[in-house]
Design a protein around this ligand. Structure first.
Ligand code: HEM
Length: 509
């Protein structure tokens, strides 16, 4: 027993000494070994872990601290990977508009997304095929389709609030982010996803959605195959969700479902690749899952942030209410139309300001494929590195947005339309998009991988926020300002709990 204990002690001691040697060697190499032709490496004590923890806790603080110390270009260690960050407009141009042969998104994202979306779509296909798929999605997001979604979203909103036990009575307290997530899911389901998906939302679909969503975790970037119960539920959920969509498609093809709206499934069912192959049903199913996941988190986080700010600044909520009443000619009962939505400048500024201050996607990553010289320096970024663009850092910088930490929608009254500064455009295979070279505001990214859901997201956010404002007066509960940001999941979101006090307006009570 005594000898065993002594041996254990010796082993621990040896391991301890070895760890200290490795840590010291790692530190000495960083300090003394010249890294010719490579951007500066962020100092870290522990190999492999590197800066993972500081970056993970608050990526913006980490990026700004590193920028102050090393400049716009630097490399840090993220779970053993060398990640080179290039900040600022030049960095956005360098990364988001790099040539396809030099950088690649799918090698980074596919491990996480393919088990959730399914095969043969988005990051599981060569980029040229994905660009065609983006074009098909764009076909389905026409102004006519968006116009038809306006009454559907409002209907969903009314029934959500009326049937939700948390909004019984004249006033109360509610945890806001989960409510906004549900409203986002319901309004997306009834419009983009279609009638049948909406019908199954209270039962099968919601469970499958949560099983898939649960697997959308940062750890799955590294270890998506871990035999965790969560990953097993993901794999089963993925198959069942695909079946659910293919059943809907086949019923539609058999004429069993009447077309009652311009949803994305109807649109994709008519699409064919350049070689005239029609989009297979499983690909439609997988694209629908991908679209749901792409939009849900960013939009629901944005709507939650907006309502939290309005609870903290009720005077802005009242301004929004007045703006809406003016657009509706003073009527408190008239429904919003697509045209009304174009006449709500403050609502637009509220969304712009929220996406500036609370971007849900803080880091955009690409795999380097060929050595990439950084113009104006002697540095060459090797193919072993990952590139990280963070256009949102510019939105949070006082240099571009005075008093950047303040949420002030009115600042946009003095800023030219941000799209004006996205002058340069390019067609990557799905229509002209901004290359975003000079813009200080790129909440939807730029270049080949730019978001195609922007118009849909704006429509949905404008409607949801307008309806909330129309139903409720809001206020903070035992809190000044808004909650902190939770960076622990893949998409940044408000830290919970985030309670607000609501009071129904007389006209809806
Ligand atoms: C406020 C809401 C949203 C924000 C802030 C947002 C933001 C972004 C950003 C920053 C990117 C670029 C990612 C990259 O370069 O790696 C992106 C891409 C994309 N987004 Fe969105 N998005 C939003 C809503 C939506 C919605 C509602 C949809 C679907 C209807 C959608 C579908 C997509 C798709 C398909 C891509 C393309 C990915 C690629 O080409 O690699 N997004 N989005």
């Amino acid at each position: 027993m005594g000898i065993l204990f002594e041996n254990d002690l010796k082993l621990c001691l040896a391991l301890g000494i070895l760890s200290v040697i490795v840590i010291l060697l790692n530190a000495l190499i960083q300090v003394y070994l010249p890294t010719r032709n490579l951007p500066p490496l962020v100092f870290h004590w522990f190999p492999i872990i590197g800066s993972t923890i500081t970056y993970g806790i608050d990526p913006f603080k980490f990026l700004f601290d590193c920028q102050a110390k090393y400049g716009d270009v630097f490399t840090f260690i993220l779970l053993g990977r060398k990640v080179t960050v290039y900040l600022g407009a030049k960095g956005n141009q360098f990364i988001l508009n790099a040539k396809l042969k030099d950088v690649n998104a799918e090698e980074i994202y596919s491990v996480l997304t393919t088990p959730v979306f399914g095969k043969d779509v988005i990051y599981d296909v060569p980029n040229a095929k994905f660009m065609e798929q983006k074009k098909f999605i764009k076909f389905g997001l026409t102004a006519a389709a968006l116009r038809s979604y306006v009454p559907l979203m409002q209907d969903e909103f009314h029934s959500f609030i009326k049937s939700n036990p948390q909004f019984k009575g004249a006033s109360g307290i509610v945890q806001l982010p989960p409510i906004m997530a549900e409203i986002t899911l319901f309004t997306t389901a009834r419009t983009l996803q279609g009638k049948e998906v909406r019908q199954q939302l209270n039962t099968t679909y919601a469970k499958l959605y949560h099983d898939l969503d649960d697997a959308f975790q940062p750890i799955n970037f590294m270890l998506p195959w871990l035999p965790l119960p969560r990953n097993r539920r993901r794999d089963i959920g993925q198959r069942k969700m695909t079946q659910l969509y293919t059943d809907i498609i086949q019923a539609r093809r058999a004429g069993a479902t009447e077309k009652d709206s311009e949803d994305m499934i109807w649109n994709l069912m008519q699409c064919s690749y350049k070689d005239e192959t029609p989009l297979p049903d499983t690909e439609i199913a997988h694209m629908m899952i991908g679209l749901l996941m792409a939009g849900q988190h960013s939009t629901s986080a944005a709507s939650a942030w907006i309502m939290l700010h309005l609870a903290a600044q009720p005077e802005t909520l009242e301004e929004l209410h007045q703006e809406q009443l003016r657009a509706l000619g003073g009527s408190t009962t008239a429904e919003l139309t697509y045209d009304h939505l174009q006449n709500l400048p403050l609502a637009k500024h509220v969304i712009q300001e929220t996406l500036r201050l609370h971007p849900s996607i803080h880091s955009i990553m690409r795999k380097v494929k060929n050595p990439l010289p950084v113009p104006g320096t002697e540095w060459v970024i090797p193919p072993s590195h990952v590139l990280l663009a963070a256009p949102a850092t510019m939105g949070k910088s006082d240099a571009f947005f005075p008093k950047a930490e303040l949420w002030d929608p009115h600042r946009w009254e003095h800023i030219a339309d941000p799209h004006e500064s996205e002058k340069e455009t390019m067609d990557y295979g799905y229509g002209l998009v901004s290359t975003g070279a000079d813009s200080t505001y790129l909440p939807f990214g730029a270049g080949r991988h730019r978001c195609i859901g922007e118009q849909f997201a704006y429509l949905q956010l404008t409607i949801v926020v307008s309806m909330m404002v129309r139903y409720f007066k809001l206020g903070n509960v035992k809190r000044k300002g808004v909650v902190e940001t939770d960076y622990s999941s893949l998409f940044a979101r408000p830290m919970e709990p985030a309670y607000v006090r609501w009071e129904k307006r007389e006209e809806v009570a």
